[in-house]
Design a protein around this ligand. Sequence first.
Ligand code: NCD
Ligand code: ZN
Length: 351
Amino acid sequence: MTNSASKKPSSITITRPDDWHLHLRDGATIASVLPDTARQFARAIVMPNLKPPVTTTEQAVAYRDRILAALPVGMKFEPLMVLYLTNDTPPEEIQRARDSGVVHAVKLYPAGATTNSAAGVTDLTKCYKTLEMMQKLGMPFLVHGEVTDPEIDIFDREAVFIDRVMTPLRRDMPELNVVFEHITTKDAAEYVAEADHHVGATITAHHLLYNRNELFKGGMRPHYYCLPVLKREIHRQALVAAATSGSTKFFLGTDSAPHPKGLKEHACGCAGCYTALHAMELYTQAFDQVDALDKLEQFASFNGPDFYKLPRNKDTITLQRESWTIPAELPLANTTVVPLNGGETMEWKFV
Ligand code: NCD
Ligand code: ZN
């Protein structure tokens, strides 16, 4: 890290980071969003919630080829593929995934929890043979940690998931490597901090920067709507404390999730924030706000590869303290996407 003479550094240089939770979508959308990620990150865990979902190794290999075909010439990027777990995923599929060398994890979407989760799991105990294979092969299990019970208040779904799903799962599969994805609560941050080394968590930039007030400031603001939904300020503070604590368990996962502008600004708007454009600027701002820039590299560039047992990146990136205006809208296939904070000013700039 480069420190200027003044107390606040004017620039920061860190080992190139990776994004451990990313949505690239499919078709022409990939080419619209991929350069934003590839500019900043060497690798990303690519979410499999396509229509239809990526449930087999064969589909994951084909999806990876489509991603690499959309990568602009001269850019380097490695997509780390993920299988979408269903009630019927056979244990043999996990062996095929491991043998492929390109599938790095399996994702749990509780059926109905979020975008394109209809084919997800209705009862995790139906998947125990497959989870046992993952445990045996050291295949990480990425968990969207929200219950879908409509009786449970949407702001409580993550905390209830810990009691109803995470605790029994960890009791039954103690050696399974589990990533609690995009955690949003103090409850989840504490759960992960107290768990053993088999458990990690990703944290998004938007959950570090905003609480749920952001959704309703001066009116309904759909571009701040994502799942799990933003929570109270005490939860945001707990996430910032976890990310900047120096713990090896928390790592960067943007959950950048592009949706066309018209489907966000809608009577039943889609969940997801587009943050790939300015991901590292957003994270740097969040760490700078609490004077923890010295903790950014561990969170963004070391903890993720260490958890996934992949090598750390060798090259570096630099961000400068410099104002710039986020574009209000960006091309997305034949439509547009509104980046988080579109039209507003950022204090950090990726160089
Ligand atoms: C994601 C999406 O749009 O695919 N949406 C979101 O709000 N985060 C799905 C997800 O990760 O839950
Ligand atoms: Zn996601």
